[in-house]
Structures are given as C-alpha cells and as structure tokens.
Design a protein around this ligand. Sequence first.
Ligand SMILES: Cc1ncc(COP(=O)(O)O)c(C=O)c1O
Length: 370
Amino acid sequence: MSVRPSQRVWNLAPVAHGSISEAELASIGLARSEVIDFSVNANPLGPSPAAVAAAAAAPWSHYPDDAATELRRALAGRDGVDIPEVVVGNGSAELLWLLALAFVDAGETALVVGPTFGEYARATRITGGQVHEHRAAPADDFAVRVPDVVAEVRNTGARVAFVCNPNNPTGTLLAREDLDNLATMLPHGLLIVDEAYRQFVDDPPRTAPLLDRGNVVLVRSLTKDYALPGLRLGYALAPAPVCAALDAVRPPWSVNAVAQAAGLAALRDDAHLQRARAEVRRARTYLATALADRGLRVLPAKANFLLVGVGNGSAVRAALLGQGICVRDCASFGLPGYVRIGLRTVPECERLVAAVDAPDVQHAIGAARG
Ligand SMILES: Cc1ncc(COP(=O)(O)O)c(C=O)c1O
C-alpha cells in the first residue's frame, strides 16, 4: 500500500536546475571530465586553494558549531552588520525555504518577479502559500517594470515578495530605489532580495542600508562566487528578529563543519575572488560579442551568465552536448527559445564558440530559424 503525501506536496511540480546528471552523461556516453559545464553559474577559476586546504583539514568527527559563530562574525564584519543580523544556511536554497516556512502562512500570497529561479515558488507552495508571478517580457529585454510590480504587491496583498537581483536567468538588475519602492509596499511583510550573483556584478547597488527598513532580507550564496556548490553554503542578512525566526525553523547543524571551515578560508582569500571577477568581465565581453556576431540574440547581462535566444533551447543544448559543451535549456523558466550560458574562462568560452560553429549546432539553430 502506498501512502499519499499531503495535497500540497502531491501537487508540487519538480524544479529544474542546471548541471548534468550522471544518468544523462551515461546516456550520451560521456564522462563528466569530457564536458565543459556552462549550465551552472560559478566562479570560473574554481575554489580558492586556501578553501580547499581548509576543507581538507576541517574536523568533522564531532558536531559542527550550530551557531557558526566564527563564520557569521566574518560575514558580519565584511558586510558591516552585527552577528545577530546574519544567519547561515545549507546553501542559500535552504534559507529561501526557511523564509517561506517562517513567513508565509497557508493561503497567503508570495509575489515572485519572474521569469526566475524556481525555488521561490516551490518553497511558497510547500508552506501552503499561493504564488503570484509578475513576469517581465522578452519585448522589454526582460526589464522589470517596477511600478507594475509595486501595484501588484498592493493589489494581491502579498505577504512576501521574492526578487532575484541580478535575476537568474535574465541577467537584469534592479536599482536600490526600485527595491526601496517595493519594500515600502510591504509594511507588514518582507521583501526578499536574492543576491546569489551579486559578486559578479561590476557595480552592484548598495543594498545593505535597506536592512534599516526592518522588512528587507538579503539572501546571498557562497557557492557561486567561491565555487563551493558541493559543500552547500549561503547566508542571509536581515534584522535580528527575522534571523531569529529563520533559526527557529532551521534544522540543527544544517551547515556542516567542512563547509564552515572552507567558507571562512574562502572569505579571507579576496584576491582569488577578484581574479575571478576580472575573468568573468573579460568572458562576458568576448562571448556576448562572438555570439551576437553569429546572429544570436544576446540579452544585456549584468551577472556572470548570458541569456541567449537560439530558437529551440532544448535542441541547441542537445547539439552542443554532442560537442562536449553543456548549457542550460531555459524551458523550465518558461523560455523554451533560450539557453543560459554561465561565463567561464575566456579559453573555455572560445571552445563554446567553436562548438556553436559546428554543423550540428548550426543546424539546430537554423532549423528553429526556419
Ligand atoms: C538565483 C539563485 N538563488 C539561489 C540559488 C541556490 O544556490 P545555493 O543554494 O547553492 O547557494 C541558486 C542556484 O542556482 C540561484 O540561481
């Protein structure tokens, strides 16, 4: 006899993410080492050697510090806030779930500015909340019409609003005033700003002062900028009572000892991050130009990935995989005509451009063009 989960779990749709599974690799007969993975948006230089060494030396034969005090102290110092205003999580994905759990009651509405990362909607639905998506349009290059969002927050009576800034997968960036306007519309709710890709933006808005409003949470990942995706590490900056609420629903020891040690070492190696940022800047210019020269629509990009119109994202992804290149098919974002390409080193981007020129890939692009 099989037991059915609760209705809201039963109704959940799976959320797709980047990368390539072992099963798919086996089906195309390639080893992971034979594929260059542009489908995740992480530091192109990999982790700092200091973080790798710290992870190897980390003690894990006893429980980790559940309060992650040393790591939170380092983050608080870097961002100019007090330690109680920092909470760490098992990746920023965990913090997004905890925010929904702690702040969205059954029947309440969360507004999501889309198309965007799928976990905001999933987390909301798990708690029994309703999702209202405001969707930016391709005709506007996916620029967000903030006055429309502000009106929708008001009209839906949303309890929380999720904004990804810069946005995955469109690469658009809202200014500090835009976020201010949104926060004003949520006097009894929370504006959740996911800044997972902030470190790769050349001139990011200064968002920390928004915390003084009392209803803004800044969620940040440490897995992208410091290339620690397998260790799972993220944090949120928020008023202390918000952090306390997140801690109240956080599973114990969710940030393990190895992740805490590697995170601390990564934070101290700022030179590594700066090198990665410079490489991303070079790769962005090179790749956006090379793809546009080939007649593809490359959306303006503020982060470390490009959204590219290719006609049929799934067919182009499959054709590129045949060349040992993995990109993100954007169908799960409701954008089947696009792929998202994470910026890697310039030589790797040159390999991608050569793959785009391959006859099979040109055929996939050309077939969609008609
Ligand atoms: C916008 C955004 N936020 C959060 C996450 C979660 O990242 P992590 O849990 O590795 O910190 C991702 C991962 O792809 C993302 O794209």
